[in-house]
Ligand binder design. Structure first.
Ligand SMILES: [Mg+2]
Length: 420
């Protein structure tokens, strides 16, 4: 029995949530920024733009100064991660009522395996429309989602990518050829320009040509990735919907420095705060890290810093900070800093193993207790002295690839499938 997969992707998510919260922003070009520029020519960039902002040419990642040149009337708002997480929780709560298999893919995307809950793809499409409607009622009338429905995960995601904004797209074996002929090959999930170029060298310029290309040739020239591409466009399932998102390879945070300085006394507390954020996420996932990277971008030339593997894994914030600090600030910075970043890698599940020589469990327990206090009373209710004086620097951020857990509810399907 073929699977029935639905992929949902919220449209212009952060900006739409802002417009939902403030009706005065609706229908207007809005740019969500990491932080608002302090001066008229302040730096910083747009991390999300509203549908209206995209229409006038303002793209995600664009510098604020450039956005203002394109459209001087752009309304800038500072991002508020808690707002997006709360809205995502409502949306994922709705999704969890349609199947027990929801894979949160990012803060505004999820895969649903509806196999067994519906009889066919068109019933899944009806469910998708119901979900879209419920989101506008329960999470906010300004929120729109694109939905793709197909027999495989890849095709469902591809479907929501090219579906009309706020609409659904069903990709079935009998319409896939027609849909493929309507899009450029680079619009397909995972086919970026370099891949498109390699395919072009084989004489493949469209998704349909890729679909009908001899798979043995693709394997011989592109290796395994060639097979994956071919399987994806041929509706062969490779991944399926994961119940829990894959464990991250690394966890890290970075911050663009608004002040022009190379002073360690200013930068170290910011690093400490980034280490605390990193540590909190590490511990929340019950992981420990066997390596660390710390980096400082500078105005002229390449950045400074480095990375290393560690003989014993990192878990607590002071341990992470000690290592990051040594990598970055054991010598004076050669130039004015532009950004500070820290990330931990080599992540493994937390081991409770006791060291023969040192008490390693007590600091771990203390770290978890501090996290619990901060969870309850707000971020930085308890903070280390190293973070003192950072004020509003390095505020909480939310990245698209960070997800929100699906609230634990029993699927209570409201749509009764018609199996006739
Ligand atoms: Mg989206």
């Amino acid at each position: 029995m073929p699977k029935v997969i639905l992929h949902i992707d919220m449209n212009s998510y952060f900006a739409s949530v802002e417009q939902q919260a403030n009706p005065l922003l609706r229908g207007k070009p809005v740019g969500v920024c990491a932080y608002l520029p302090k001066t008229k020519h302040g730096n910083g960039c747009i991390i999300a733009s509203s549908i209206e902002a995209k229409k006038v040419g303002i793209k995600t990642g664009m510098r604020i100064a450039d956005a203002k040149k394109i459209y001087p009337g752009i309304i800038l708002v500072q991002n508020e991660p808690a707002k997006y997480r709360d809205t995502t929780e409502i949306i994922f709560g709705i999704l969890g009522q349609y199947t027990d298999q929801v894979e949160p893919y990012s803060i505004d995307e999820a895969f649903l395996d509806l196999t067994g809950w519906v009889a066919n793809l068109s019933q899944a499409e009806k469910l998708g429309q119901e979900i879209q409607h419920r989101i506008t009622v329960e999470a906010g009338e300004w929120l729109r989602a694109s939905i793709g429905i197909a027999h495989t995960r890849w095709l469902a995601k591809f479907g929501s990518d090219i579906a009309p904004k706020g609409g659904t797209l069903l990709i079935a074996p009998d319409n896939v050829e027609k849909i493929f002929s309507s899009v450029r090959i680079t619009e397909a999930w995972g086919i970026k320009q370099p891949t498109a170029w390699r395919l072009w060298q084989l004489g493949i310029t469209t998704l349909n040509e890729l679909r009908h290309y001899p798979v043995a040739n693709l394997l011989a020239t592109l290796g395994k990735p060639g097979y994956y591409l071919w399987a994806n466009v041929n509706g062969i399932e490779l991944d399926g919907v994961a119940q829990t998102p894959a464990a991250p390879k690394s966890i890290g945070h970075s911050y663009c420095i608004p002040k022009r300085t190379s002073q360690r006394s200013y930068l170290r507390p910011i690093l400490a705060k980034l280490c605390e954020r990193t540590g909190r996420r590490l511990r929340a996932q019950q992981l420990e890290a066997n390596g660390i990277m710390a980096y400082c971008g500078i105005v002229h030339g390449h950045g400074v810093g480095g990375s290393k593997r560690l003989p014993s894994p990192l878990f607590t914030t002071p341990d992470i900070f000690r290592q990051a600090d040594a990598l970055l600030f054991s010598r004076p910075l050669p130039d004015i800093a532009t950004m500070v970043a820290v990330s931990v890698f080599g992540l493994t599940p937390l081991s409770q193993q006791q060291s023969l020589f040192t008490d390693i469990l007590t600091p771990k327990r203390v770290a978890c207790t501090l996290d619990a206090i901060n969870d309850k009373y707000g971020e930085h209710a308890v903070a280390t002295g190293a973070m003192w004086g950072t004020g509003n620097n390095a505020p909480d951020r939310v990245g698209y690839r960070k997800t929100v857990a699906v609230p634990q509810t029993q699927p209570a399907i409201t749509y009764i499938p018609d199996f006739a």
